[in-house]
Design a protein around this ligand. Sequence first.
Ligand code: DC
Length: 236
Amino acid sequence: MTCQRLRVAIDGPAGAGKSTVAARVAAAFGLPKLDTGAIYRTLALFARRSGVDWDDEAGLAGLAARLPLSFEGGLGEAPLVVRLEEEDVSGAIRTPELSQGASLVSRHPAVRAALLPVQRRLAEGGVVAEGRDIGSVVLPDAEVKIFLTASPAERARRRRDELAARGEERPLREVLAEQTERDQRDERRATAPLRAADDAVVVDTDGLTLEQVVERVLGEVARRTGRTAARTGGTR
Ligand code: DC
């Protein structure tokens, strides 16, 4: 049986639903997922704990080069466990503060350069990778590139609901203001800004159900590679 390597890049702004869609697509093809935002979040946490400022490019690049990060699980829909040294930081990196921290540390070219080989190595055997610059920079030759987006209001609503599900009630206007700040920083930075790669398919998820979005992505995989999903619900 020939089994060609498949790399699916899913980029887009905060709250576009990248993680959920990536998990479903990864499950459909029995692939691992790579959450590149988690890498920047973990670096922001590591910096905070090491007393390195989020503005200190050289200090951050030094930490990035020896970031003691590992991923566990994460095959298909199985939850991804993020470890900093031995510690499970999967929950700790998801706070609004570390969302901003990740966006701040990711602005620095030296940080991005240090983390590029790490991401490429993790994607080697085939992957569904999500982030901001996967299709444009990290995996420019990915077989399939998707740019997921939705209106700012819709994305903020989803983020608020996600936070509420974790017991953190936040007013919608605060979530929207933080999201706008982060999107603008991610879009305007000089190195590897958030943007759709020229050959990415843009999927606007406003008014679409998760099932419909997953169908669109699976359709795109089939169109570009001829591959159809082996399974549709979780890994077995
Ligand atoms: O996807 P996320 O919200 O967990 O990402 C957190 C921040 O990390 C995001 O605001 C910008 C940065 N990031 C990036 O610059 N490049 C990526 N490929 C992924 C995330």
